[in-house]
Design a protein around this ligand. Structure first.
Ligand SMILES: [Zn+2]
Length: 278
């Protein structure tokens, strides 16, 4: 985890369809100087407002991570954030010409591939890593019995326990040491989960218009409805989401253990860690 801060070698543009609105959006990733961190901006608004990717700027965690204010928002930031955390991009401005990032293929590969193509440049300041120094946890014991636990550890390691009585998915457990290499080969390609029934419902409500069948692992009644990229793709995507959500803190070092958790608990843990760690 040691080393120097990094940014992209050059500006890149990534375009694609947004999940919820179905609109085409274009995203510019613009290199930034040391100690900037990750910033998002709405380039389609006249003021071009900028917001830092920090826990206090999250306004919604239902099904995705959303940054914003009362006036404007940028939603579905988590897969790009996972790519930045996984590939170790410290400083970047992300300009979006709409209220939502493109869905791409439902994974982080879509963003990570472009970032790897343009390459990273090393900057002249050491990385600022938040090290977990004692156990910290958050839980939701009322309904889902979900837990998210942070422990001290070298590097960053994330474990996830996915439980389901659905016969197609079953229970899934996975644990990864997060390095740029592991991120790219084991996690970046894991797509988000969708149940075939839910898709119908969302379409009726006008949501998920941009969700084509191959941008998710689609779980049917008796089988997956598309080809998997990994046998345990669902749990790998859960780890990817945590990696993205925790990047609201900047680079993190420690051991993360998650049981059935989601974006809401991720944010609660990030807020707690932010108040405890330097
Ligand atoms: Zn996700």
């Amino acid at each position: 985890m040691k080393g120097f801060q990094q940014t992209l070698k050059n500006k890149i543009t990534i375009a694609g369809q947004a999940l919820h609105s179905g609109k085409m959006v274009s995203v510019n990733l613009i290199p930034q100087p040391v100690n900037t961190g990750i910033l998002f901006s709405r380039s389609d608004l006249s003021e071009k407002p900028v917001i830092a990717a920090k826990p206090g700027n999250v306004i919604d965690t239902v099904k995705n991570m959303t940054l914003g204010t009362e006036e404007w928002r940028i939603q579905t930031i988590e897969h790009l954030m996972a790519a930045l955390h996984g590939l170790r991009v410290d400083n970047l401005l992300i300009e979006v010409d709409g209220s939502e990032l493109p869905l791409g293929d439902g994974s982080a590969r879509y963003f990570a591939k472009k970032i790897k193509e343009v390459g990273l440049t090393t900057q002249k300041q050491p990385r600022k890593v938040r090290r977990i120094t004692s156990p910290v946890w958050v839980m939701n014991g009322n309904t889902t019995h979900s837990y998210l636990i942070a422990l001290p550890g070298k590097g960053l390691r994330i474990s996830y326990c996915f439980t389901s009585d659905h016969k197609v998915t079953g229970n899934q457990f996975a644990q990864y040491e997060i390095t740029p290499e592991n991120f790219w080969t084991e996690l970046a390609g894991a797509r988000t989960i969708a149940f075939s029934r839910e898709l119908e419902e969302l379409r009726k409500q006008g949501l998920a218009l941009g969700g084509n069948i191959d941008a998710a692992v689609v779980v049917g009644e008796d089988s997956y409805l598309n080809e998997l990229r990994y046998d345990d793709e669902i749990v790998r995507h859960k780890i990817l989401d945590i990696l993205g959500d925790l990047y609201l803190l900047g680079p993190v070092e420690g051991e993360i253990v998650a049981i059935r958790s989601g974006h809401k608990l991720d944010l609660e843990l990030a807020i707690k860690l932010e108040s405890l760690l330097e």
